[in-house]
Design a protein around this ligand. Structure first.
Ligand SMILES: [Zn+2]
Length: 274
């Protein structure tokens, strides 16, 4: 019997809203939303923000590509804009599957094919090189490359999805772009995250900033900590960093979170989450 394969999950982009560049953003990174979970069977990517370009560069070093599936949390530009320049998508002979649940994101396929096509992009998605298959994902659960994937609707403008990823006894929730305040959605999210090992949670704002950002679709570090404590998470990773927050600002936010939940880190490009 072969030994169980350890999954490997990494952050490739943790910036919210738009990419940022420069020395002040060097440690956490300026690329927008992208996470990867790789098993022996394939590579599962959550979100195709600009972070996916770095993942494409890593894959270009390999002799052969693994099977690739991309899960979208929603189709706002910061979660999608890297897809058209992801190196494997520019290669003929490669097949890439893109998944999202239409029950939470109605019209997501049309949004993707509209945005990656003239006049918004010079070449349409289906003519970039790879064969790209857009497929609807049932939220109740699918198993992809040995990873059990389930989705939950979260509070975000035009809707958003959190993904719970289970590989053997290990669990990871990607809870980016999530606002608090809807009692039903909040309690569903707690149930969804119950007992999770690693919680990657939106923490775009300080508690003080939250007051002026109602309806923008994000959380504060304090709200992320509340969730981690309530669900018994073992590790909390704060993500969806505000584009105006420098590395020092994020350090300060993470340190405050650590006062209440010591096993907290800020999502940074290259960080191993599982
Ligand atoms: Zn969004």
């Amino acid at each position: 019997m072969s030994p169980p394969t350890l999954p490997r999950a990494l952050v490739y982009g943790a910036r919210g809203s738009c990419p940022m560049y420069g020395a002040a953003y060097a440690r956490y990174g300026g690329h927008t939303s992208c996470y990867s979970i790789e098993t022996a069977d394939g590579l599962l990517i959550v979100d195709a923000g600009t972070g996916i370009l770095q993942l494409g560069a890593v894959l270009a070093q390999r002799a052969a590509l693994p099977p690739i599936t991309v899960l979208l949390t929603h189709v706002h530009l910061d979660h999608l804009t890297g897809l058209s320049m992801f190196r494997p998508i520019l290669q003929s002979g490669v097949s890439i599957t893109v998944l999202a649940p239409p029950s939470i994101l109605p019209g997501w396929q049309q949004a993707v094919t509209t945005l990656i096509a003239p006049p918004y992009w010079p070449v349409a998605l289906q003519h970039l090189g790879a064969t790209v298959v857009l497929r609807d994902l049932p939220v109740a659960g699918s198993t992809i490359y040995g990873v059990k994937v389930s989705g939950l609707a979260i509070q975000h403008p035009q809707g958003g999805v959190s993904y719970r990823l289970e590989i053997g006894s290990r669990t990871l929730v990607i809870g980016t772009d999530r606002e608090h305040g809807d009692a039903v959605a909040d309690s569903a999210f707690l149930a969804f995250c119950r007992g999770v090992e690693v919680l990657v949670h939106d923490a775009q704002y300080t508690p003080a900033q939250l007051d002026t950002k109602r309806g923008w679709g994000h959380s504060s570090w304090e709200q992320a900590v509340d969730v981690a404590q309530a669900v018994g998470a073992r590790r909390l990773i704060l993500t969806s960093h505000d584009p105006n927050h420098t590395d020092e600002d994020i350090d300060a936010l993470v340190q405050q979170a650590q006062q209440r939940f010591p096993n907290t880190q800020g999502a940074a490009e290259g960080l191993l989450v599982l």
